[in-house]
Design a protein around this ligand. Structure first.
Ligand SMILES: NC(=O)c1ccc[n+]([C@@H]2O[C@H](COP(=O)([O-])OP(=O)(O)OC[C@H]3O[C@@H](n4cnc5c(N)ncnc54)[C@H](OP(=O)(O)O)[C@@H]3O)[C@@H](O)[C@H]2O)c1
Length: 266
């Protein structure tokens, strides 16, 4: 299927690793010119080089989206060689602490990094999409937005905020040709998650081979219909579809990519 992304220019925030890297690579493979972003310039260069080596087209933008100045720098670099048609707000962080440790300052810090970061990029880039009459905004949310656990309450609250603001933005964009949607991953096997599972396997009795560990950790932590964690490419496929002209009748929607981890009709 041709996703009709050739000629589009996409900024994927936080694409120096993990889900963002997979999304950037997929959009580039589908013909978009991709702006690779992160705070670490060398890692951004490495991803952009890999995209070019695969025959794709990539630029880089470097900056901390947790500050107004950093976001302005990123927006300037991203648009230096042409306007952005597709914004994927993916950058963000975790903070594996519980209620007892998560002081108000930790809540505020994570809200800056995971929520206001994306708002900044929306405010820089969506007015141009509006003027041109076409655009796509995709937030990376998460199943924990609607089905939180006791852990990382400040993190799961930031996911819920991402879902909420995406729907509000969709309503604001009514009739403009610009859509706003959410891709909600379940637990995805990025490098940091793989390392964590291997480290925890002996104490949890999850087994020894990668397959054994993944099956047991899934059953313990994220039981779902597939019996496994998701893969970054599976998130990238969903983003590529929502970012494409083929998804022009979808706005304010959440596409769950979680193997059925979230058990709800909505
Ligand atoms: N992995 C999962 O299972 C999962 C599930 C649900 C949702 N998510 C969401 O998916 C997104 C990506 O997660 P991931 O697992 O792929 O994590 P990751 O590998 O740690 O990637 C995070 C990316 O965000 C960038 N970043 C972090 N803080 C930033 C800041 N202040 N300013 C600019 N860039 C920043 C990092 O770039 P630099 O280090 O170069 O700055 C990196 O490229 C996150 O927003 C996360 O909440 C992940």
């Amino acid at each position: 299927m041709d996703l009709q992304l050739t000629g589009k220019r996409a900024l994927v925030t936080g694409s120096t690793s993990g889900l963002g890297e997979a999304i950037a690579r997929r959009l580039a493979a589908e013909g978009a010119t991709v702006v690779v972003h992160g705070r670490d310039e060398q890692r951004a260069v490495n991803v952009a080089d890999a995209i070019r080596a695969d025959g794709g087209s990539a630029d880089i933008a470097v900056g901390d989206l947790a500050t107004d100045a950093g976001a302005a720098t990123v927006a300037g670099a991203a648009t230096a060689r042409g306007p952005i048609d597709i914004l994927v707000n993916n950058a963000g962080g975790y903070d594996p602490i519980g209620w007892a440790q998560a002081a108000p300052a930790a809540w505020a810090r994570l809200y800056e990094v995971n929520v206001i970061s994306g708002v900044r990029m929306i405010q820089h880039l969506v007015p141009g999409m509006r003027e041109r009459g076409w655009g796509r905004v995709v937030q990376i949310g998460g199943g924990l937005a609607g089905q939180p656990t006791a852990d990382q309450p400040h993190y799961t609250a930031t996911l819920a905020a991402r879902h909420n603001l995406a729907v509000s933005l969709a309503r604001d964009l009514a009739g403009t040709g610009v859509t706003s949607n959410v891709v909600a991953p379940g637990a995805i096997m990025v490098d940091a998650v793989r390392d964590l599972l291997v480290r925890l396997a002996p104490t949890h009795g999850w087994g020894e081979t990668p397959d054994e560990i993944e099956r047991a950790a899934t059953a313990d932590w994220v039981p779902n219909d597939t019996g496994r964690f998701g893969r970054p490419d599976e998130i990238a496929s969903a983003v590529a579809y929502l970012a494409s002209p083929l998804a022009s009748y979808i706005s304010g929607a959440t596409l769950r990519v979680d193997g059925g981890t979230v058990r709800s009709v909505q």
